[in-house]
Design a protein around this ligand. Structure first.
Ligand code: AN0
Ligand code: CP
Length: 317
């Protein structure tokens, strides 16, 4: 594997899960693979889990790690070609990327959707430029439309906790005070559509995701109906995708918050969220603190998903 930006880069999911379990049973087993190799992590946006779990996974593989927060200490980057750079941005991304590529063996990039232009976000301009111009393998640490390391960790978690072969997994929209990208729900849907689980998406009208991500998922606008017989509830907020209100908040309806009453409609479902989560907006204290909450094991699996991905990239160098 050279680059990792979508589920399609990982191949067969069952094989990837087996590799994840192999690594989980002894995370230092492949420590020789990363000797004298350097991971560079580039953050255009904040992070707690991705930063720590990816660095830890790289250290487990014996790699050296460099981290750069573009907005803290680096030169402000111009990203448009053709502009007269007489403003507040001293460096162009078209030089910065190949320069970064000189100092490392692979690059992890976090660059969220900017919500300025839907076509530009959905063209994955920033991460694609890293792929085209760095000369090094590139993996996504959440790009404009997907968060595949998160979805891989979510998939591992479901495989570990499922009590039946074909669980019912329900992804539900929930309210949030700030506009959030569609990357996490898009990506989760993309991974779930590669499994044989029963997969349902529920959200208020107007929050439809891009059809290429919804795929064969069932869309149910009645959240209570969707929760019936669910084995996993995956909560997430996202802003509108539709062209006329792209990136906008259409609803803050607290009736969509995941609470104990709604969880009681499920088949004793597990609760999942990628974190960070706003309590008592997305989910109540009671639900996130309940024994059914998988938010911590899910975050722990971020180290494992990152390690499978970087191990495969190292093997291809
Ligand atoms: C980000 C998002 O929703 O995409 C990152 C989640 C992993 N969340 C926030 O910005 C709060
Ligand atoms: N889930 C996740 O990616 O968290 P961070 O934004 O803290 O990295």
């Amino acid at each position: 594997m050279r680059h990792f930006t979508t589920v399609h880069d990982i191949g067969d999911l069952k094989t990837a899960f087996k590799e994840a379990m192999d690594i989980k049973s002894d995370r230092f087993k492949y420590n020789h693979l990363g000797k004298n190799k350097t991971l560079m992590m580039i953050f255009f946006n904040s992070s707690l889990r991705t930063r720590l779990s990816t660095q830890k996974a790289a250290m487990n593989l014996g790699m050296n790690v460099m981290v750069l927060d573009i907005n803290q200490g680096a030169w402000k980057l111009e990203t448009e070609r053709g502009v007269v750079m007489d403003g507040d941005k001293p460096e162009h991304i078209l030089e910065a990327i190949p320069v970064m590529g000189c100092y490392c063996d692979m690059i992890g990039v976090r660059a969220f959707a900017r919500f300025e232009n839907r076509e530009e976000d959905y063209s994955e301009k920033i991460i694609q430029q890293f792929i085209d111009l760095s000369g090094k393998p590139v993996f996504s640490m959440e790009a404009a439309t997907r968060h595949p390391l998160q979805s891989f960790a979510d998939y591992i978690t479901i495989e570990e906790y499922k009590k039946k072969d074909r669980p019912k997994v329900v992804m539900t929209w929930a309210p949030h005070p700030k506009a959030l990208p569609q990357a996490v729900p898009n990506s989760f849907a993309e991974w779930m559509n590669e499994t044989d689980y029963e997969f349902v998406i529920t959200h208020p009208k107007g929050y439809e995701l891009a059809p290429e991500f919804v795929g064969k998922a069932q869309v149910e606008y009645d959240q209570e109906k969707a929760f019936q017989h669910a084995d996993f509830i995956y909560a997430k907020n996202w802003a509108a995708y539709e062209k006329e209100n792209y990136g906008q908040i259409l609803s803050m309806d607290m009736d969509w918050t995941v609470d104990t009453k709604k969880m009681a409609l499920t088949d004793n479902a597990y609760f999942m969220h990628c974190l960070p989560v706003r309590r008592n907006m997305i989910v109540t204290d009671e639900v996130i603190e309940s024994p059914q909450s998988l938010v911590i094991p899910e975050a722990a699996n971020r180290e494992i998903s990152a390690q499978v991905v970087m191990k495969r990239i190292l093997e291809s160098l």
